[in-house]
Design a protein around this ligand. Structure first.
Ligand SMILES: Nc1nc2c(c(=O)[nH]1)N[C@@H](CN(C=O)c1ccc(C(=O)N[C@@H](CCC(=O)O)C(=O)O)cc1)CN2
Ligand code: MG
Length: 286
């Protein structure tokens, strides 16, 4: 068997086309959505992601607001920048690029974001709303994963999903999305303390690998025909590596590659969250 590729770039292009039209409609009503980013330090990966977010904004007509701060900034200085974007009327949504340098308190920074401007859906109030099933901006990577599965008609209802990795941007929130009544999956959240990871992954219809460990998920761990989404990213001497070994394609029914799978959708749904918020402000959504 050779797996069907879940093409994140083609799916991203469809989303951008829709967003471009919606941004034009907002502008006709006198509202221009504005995405802010706060980047601390000079990690090349984070800098590239932030550059990508701003070039996406230009493609769909969203205003870009950039705040780049030195790596040795204090928590107080970071929080002053967060306060500034909370108060900035041009900025309708923004993100703090993660991870932050070790000396900074990431949770305190996320908590200081105005929940109504939280474009990443990572503020505790918005994660709490997700737990309660209330409307909220959804974390971008999990939203991209669900969209990609639906787009390629991978059966989700009743499926057994193994998530590998418990980070705040993917592993923890994806279980909350997939167990909503609209998705109805059964989710096992695996991590470094999981006994016999291979056995957990082997019984899954859908595997979401988001551990950041190159090649962690191998072909012998995959149930034939399963959907395998490679979300982890590691920068190695050989370049970017995902969590999923290449030969998984010979066993799986569906594979999202890395790069070119879920990553482009993380960026697309960030813009989507910003546009949805602007539509709420304009009274264009229900
Ligand atoms: N505040 C946030 N920080 C981080 C998030 C996030 O959602 N919010 N997620 C990741 C990084 N990230 C966005 O910020 C991100 C990661 C990967 C991609 C992407 O498009 N990847 C491409 C490959 C890119 C490359 O060549 O380097 C792909 O998968 O095809 C976009 C965004 C951690 N931090
Ligand atoms: Mg991500």
């Amino acid at each position: 068997m050779t797996a069907t590729i879940l093409d994140g770039k083609a799916t991203r292009d469809e989303i951008f086309e829709d967003l471009e039209a919606r941004v034009a409609a907002l502008k006709e009503k006198g509202i221009t959505p504005g995405l802010g980013t706060i980047l601390v330090g000079d990690d090349p990966g984070s800098a590239a992601y932030v550059r990508g977010k701003h070039s996406d904004c230009a493609k769909v007509g969203i205003t870009s607001i950039r705040r780049d701060l030195p790596a040795d900034i204090t928590q107080e200085e970071l929080e002053a920048t967060i306060d500034e974007l909370n108060a900035n009327p041009e900025c309708t949504g923004y993100i703090v690029q993660l991870p932050l340098p070790k000396h900074l308190d990431e949770n305190a920074a996320l908590e200081r974001i105005d929940p109504d401007k939280d474009a990443d859906g990572l503020h505790p109030v918005n994660l709490g709303r997700l737990v309660l099933g209330k409307e909220a901006p959804l974390p971008c990577t999990p939203r991209g994963i669900v969209h990609l599965l639906r787009r390629y008609e991978v059966p989700i209802a009743g499926a057994h999903v193994a998530v590998v990795g418990r980070g705040v941007t993917v592993g923890r929130p994806i279980g909350l999305l997939l167990t909503r009544r609209t998705e109805n999956a059964t989710v096992t959240l695996c991590h470094t303390g999981t006994r016999d990871l291979a056995a957990q992954v082997r019984q899954a219809d859908i595997v979401i690998a988001a551990a950041g460990v190159p090649g962690l998920v191998t072909a012998d761990m995959i149930k034939p025909g399963a959907a395998v989404l490679d979300v982890g990213v590691s920068r190695t001497a050989d370049g970017l590596r995902g969590d999923v070994a290449d030969d998984v394609r010979e066993v799986a029914g569906f594979v999202s590659p890395n790069p070119g799978g879920v990553g482009p959708l993380t960026r697309a749904f960030l813009l989507s969250n910003v546009v949805e918020r602007a539509e709420q402000l304009a009274g264009l959504s229900d």
